[in-house]
Design a protein. Structure first.
Length: 203
């Protein structure tokens, strides 16, 4: 399974990440993660999908902001390279970008992204919000939104409160759980499968 991680790059060889199948920088000189966020996202996904091929698609460099053109180019790269699943731990509330996201996604890309923003609010996209009470190995579903833990993979000796946390990692945890289901579920049936596997669905 090929999973693309559109974020701030990855530190290859990190003990929580392991081997990266590919790294590309969309709008920077290299694909190295200078913020640590992309590596933590990759680690959360690797924890749940240890056999997946992870591809780092870097759109952030020294801060967590990027132009919409860069994000669209990243999605186009994922489509051109036939990614099975795309982790997009970011989003925009600008409605002017809606059609561009729809076109870049096409009919094939399966995206996991932040709910209540674009592209996470688009039909067919797995929109995710953070739920601090949700276990890291489970997810919840309510009113069209999936809820997952906002905590990345724990670091030994580092208190949870001092680790990174937020919606980005809820998206990453959900991506890993989606990848697990995709191993035994046809792509077109993944929506129904996710709802049926949700913890406390509809509550």
């Amino acid at each position: 399974m090929k999973i693309a991680i559109i974020y701030s790059g990855v530190h290859p060889g990190h003990p929580h990440v392991g081997e990266i199948a590919g790294m590309v920088a969309i709008d920077s000189a290299d694909a190295i993660d200078r913020l640590g966020h992309g590596t933590a996202v990759a680690a959360a996904i690797r924890e749940k999908a240890p056999d997946a091929e992870l591809y780092s698609v870097k759109v952030f460099d020294r801060r967590l902001t990027a132009y919409i053109d860069v994000i669209i180019r990243a999605l186009e790269w994922c489509g051109e390279h036939h990614m099975d699943l795309v982790n997009l731990s970011l989003g925009t509330e600008n409605p002017a970008h809606r059609d561009r996201f729809i076109q870049a996604r096409g009919d094939d890309l399966l995206l996991v992204s932040a709910a209540n923003a674009l592209p996470g609010s688009l039909p067919g996209v797995i929109g995710v919000a953070a739920d601090a009470e949700c276990p890291r190995d489970a997810f919840r579903y309510r009113d069209g939104v999936y809820y997952a833990s906002p905590y990345p993979r724990p670091i030994p000796g580092v208190p949870v409160a001092r680790n990174l946390q937020g919606t980005s990692f809820a998206v990453a945890n959900m991506t890993g759980l989606v990848a697990r289901l995709l191993r035994d579920t046809p792509r077109l049936a993944i929506g129904d499968a996710l709802i049926s596997h949700a913890d406390g669905r509809g509550s």
